[in-house]
Design a protein around this ligand. Sequence first.
Ligand SMILES: *Cc1c(COP(=O)(O)O)cnc(C)c1O
Ligand code: SF4
Length: 330
Amino acid sequence: MIPCKQTAEHPLHWKKLFAKSYVGIKQISDNLPDNSISLDKLDKIDSLFPIQVSQQLLDDHPLDGPVLMQYLPSLQELADLPGYTHDPVGDVTATMQPGVIKKYNHRVLLITNNTCPIHCRYCFRKDFPYPQSNPNTHQFKQALEFCQRDESINEIILSGGDPLSLEDESLNQLFKDIEKIPHIKTIRLHTKFPSIFPQRITENLITTLAECTLNKVCVFHINHADEISQEFCDVVQKIKQTNTTTLNQSVLLKNVNDSADILIDLSNKLFAAGILPYYLHKLDLAKGTHHFKVSDTQAKKLHQQMKNNLPGYLVPRLAQEIPGESSKSY
Ligand SMILES: *Cc1c(COP(=O)(O)O)cnc(C)c1O
Ligand code: SF4
């Protein structure tokens, strides 16, 4: 958790909200659709991957609905099934140096921090060894030196955790440092913050984006149209005014969005918000996530139904990450 440090100059509204978002286990147990999970089991689940969900989301959505299903714990997380591992996408093998993951030509991914606005129970990086990869200013320097040395890299992807967990000042500095590397043409942000805490899109952040002369891409992470609020749409407009391309990636999740109607509705509502669907990921097989798995046959069928009912530009690529491959597979 980011500590809540308020000063007079910086009201840090988003942080205040964020700091309040760790809802205790007792409160979660009171907020589960059934009372099936005992406190000791919740404790165990929490120790494997901490439960973190915003109060706003708990207030706004039904407990057994498609939004909270993604963030509320399930007893099924404790099942240990074959094929489900701690590093389903081979992040550790592809780590070049702390916080620097390079799997594909011309693009490098930086783990900017270990903090997310919310914890998605299906997360593929929930067991990522952040302590060894947790960058600080010193490591950003080393990470950027890596990018500087490898002239084949033209795009830096800021990921995490969530890059918008960083302070505005740190992000601004990072953008400025990246801009100094001559062969970098594009900065991409992969972030879940705007849909969970639209307040995170501060004027300072908009200024950072607006001042950056590189190509800019912002990839949101929304899985269901119910996650698209008016406040989110408003900040998307602000981001777009900085000449940033806005895309979305989703994960195909059982009981959340595994229906053609839901996926088609999602694409249409994203488009109405000014966002193009980019990837629809098949679930990465991280430990304790099997209850979200949609079969490959069903995934293909749903994707075909999307193609049959949407213009091509609103059909995301149905993608899977296979460790060792030279691109995502789709
Ligand atoms: C997913 C991913 C990317 C981005 O791949 P695109 O197909 O360009 O979206 C880049 N690097 C790593 C390590 C990734 O996991
Ligand atoms: S935002 Fe991404 S990295 Fe963070 S918990 Fe969700 S899936 Fe994992």
